[in-house]
Design a protein around this ligand. Structure first.
Ligand code: PLP
Length: 364
């Protein structure tokens, strides 16, 4: 039995080899490598897809977070704290610290694993200027409830959509629900580039303009530096052209991902709880299960040639580089760590491979 991989971005590359070569040739022939026609078109097509006024390309999802945080900060030095969750891989913590902001954590909801609005109120104080809501595993988090708490306090809401592109709620797509949103096009995300890439979306024209300045040296026009805290973070023409080709495929790919998770949910033994991902409000980026002993389940699956991983094994507040004294207490987040496991989930996974995972889940 061949091993079912957790991820295989190479399979999408070989399936699209001819198109990707033609796209690369088109960019080479255009003579544009940075901020040219492909980039302009991608920004406009992404904004249309999301239902926002602006989408701006940047170099990665982490850059997108850092630039979005800088964009929403209003230079009030009494307010320099960002609130986020500690179970989403540490990207927001990295970005906030790179920008010189403080980070504090809010616990998550035990069912959705996303930020728990009921736990948010107690961590919102006068030092907070932004809350980053991660649509974890692809599940659209409850942005409305977060906004209801933040807006009266003048706190901005940033959606981290690195895992959730395409997820659609009754209020609109993930990325159109807060003040500003960030995306990653890392190759294994639901919309992947041929390398690194990211984007920021907003319908606030002042924020959109600020992002445009912050991502390119603070230039208001060439060589005229008017904005502090800026840097260089650009999405190149090859990535933009590849993303234009792939963006219209995302909804179908997400449907296939949801189908895979449904098969796992139907097959799993009653010792395994497959996190729900059954509707368009979920991009099914990761197939995550909960069980009393995730390490034991991982060994069971490994013996049946199924790769797994933990997203994520160390919560931010327990990372050595981020530790605070006294350490934050996040009981729900901490309790989930030994219980979660991610299963293979990507559109190119074959039915027989899904069947192999299902059989392994059923026999546990
Ligand atoms: C992948 C990811 C990021 C970071 O994206 P990069 O492009 O790798 O910098 C940020 N947030 C979440 C939730 C992610 O999954």
């Amino acid at each position: 039995m061949a091993t079912v991989p957790l991820n295989a971005p190479g399979q999408a590359l070989s399936a699209q080899r001819a198109e990707l070569l033609a796209i690369t040739a088109r960019v080479i022939d255009s003579g544009w490598l940075i901020h040219g026609p492909e980039h302009r078109a991608f920004e406009s097509e992404l904004a249309t897809f999301l239902g926002t006024t602006f989408a701006l390309g940047v170099a990665s999802g982490t850059d997108a977070l850092e630039i979005a945080l800088r964009a929403v900060h209003d230079d009030d030095d009494r307010r320099r704290t960002v609130i986020t969750v500690a179970n989403a891989g540490g990207y927001t913590s990295t970005a906030a610290r790179a920008a010189g902001f403080e980070v504090a954590y809010c616990d998550v909801d035990p069912a959705s694993h996303c930020l728990n609005p009921a736990a948010l109120e107690s961590v919102l104080d006068d030092s907070v200027f932004a809350v980053v809501v991660t649509h974890l595993y692809g599940r659209a988090a409850d942005v409305g409830a977060v906004r209801a708490l933040c807006e009266p306090r003048g706190i901005k809401v940033i959606e981290d959509c690195a895992q959730s592109i395409g997820a659609r709620t009754q209020q609109g797509r993930a990325g159109s629900l807060g003040d500003i949103a960030t995306f990653s096009f890392y190759p294994t995300k639901n919309l992947g580039a041929l390398g690194d890439g990211g984007a920021i979306a907003t319908s606030d024209s002042a924020l959109g303009e600020r992002v445009g300045l912050l991502r390119q040296y603070g230039w208001s026009s060439k060589y005229r530096i008017t904005t502090q805290g800026a840097r260089n973070s650009r999405l190149d023409e090859v990535q933009a052209a590849v993303l234009r080709f792939r963006l219209p495929l995302v909804d179908d790919w997400n449907e296939r991902r949801r189908w895979i998770i449904r098969q796992y949910a139907d097959a799993a033994s009653d010792r395994i709880h497959v996190l729900e991902a059954g509707g368009p409000w979920h991009s099914a980026h990761l197939a995550v299960v909960e069980t009393s002993d995730a390490a034991e389940l991982a060994r069971h699956l490994e013996r049946r040639d199924v790769q797994t991983a933990v997203h994520y094994p160390i919560p931010d507040h327990l990372q050595r580089a981020f530790a605070t004294t006294p350490p934050a207490r996040l009981p729900v987040t901490e309790n989930l760590v030994g219980r979660i496991l991610s299963l293979p989930c990507f559109p190119e996974l074959e039915d027989a491979e899904v069947g192999q995972v299902c059989a392994a889940l059923a026999s546990y």
